[in-house]
Design a protein around this ligand. Structure first.
Ligand code: SF4
Ligand code: SF4
Length: 120
């Protein structure tokens, strides 16, 4: 999955709100592995921080990658709005739009296949 993270770091500054992440909290809600707004353990980050692995582990039987990425982006969008730091919001909105279009295009492709099979 090519998740378009804009590296705003906002999700890493709210680990006190994530179940199971309390031991990552530096006392201010910020992950103790966040350095210069980047993950210092990126290659070994937990599954919950890795959209690809998280999708594979918990969501692949429930939705497409595209639907999953769009859902996560909407959460990122809300976190960014809530933080008041909207410098990345346009990139996120554009990415949501792209995923919506991709989803629609996949749906219409699938409908086309269904239609084709029915008309065989
Ligand atoms: S809030 Fe979203 S866009 Fe920002 S760093 Fe986290 S995953 Fe990336
Ligand atoms: S482990 Fe890395 S990606 Fe996960 S919350 Fe901490 S800094 Fe962010």
């Amino acid at each position: 999955m090519n998740f378009p993270c804009v590296q705003c770091g906002i999700c890493c500054k709210k680990v006190n709100t994530v179940l199971g992440f309390q031991h990552f909290d530096d006392g201010n809600g910020v992950c103790c592995y966040l350095e210069n707004n980047l993950c210092s353990i990126y290659k070994d980050r937990p599954v919950s921080c890795n959209s690809e692995k998280f999708y594979e582990a918990f969501y692949k039987d429930r939705m497409t990658e595209c639907e999953f990425a769009e859902k996560i982006l909407r959460i990122c969008h809300d976190l960014i709005v809530e933080s008041g730091n909207k410098c990345n919001i346009e990139k996120i909105e554009k990415a949501i739009e792209d995923f919506e279009l991709k989803k629609l295009s996949n749906e219409s492709e699938n409908n086309g296949k269904t239609f084709k099979r029915r008309s065989d």
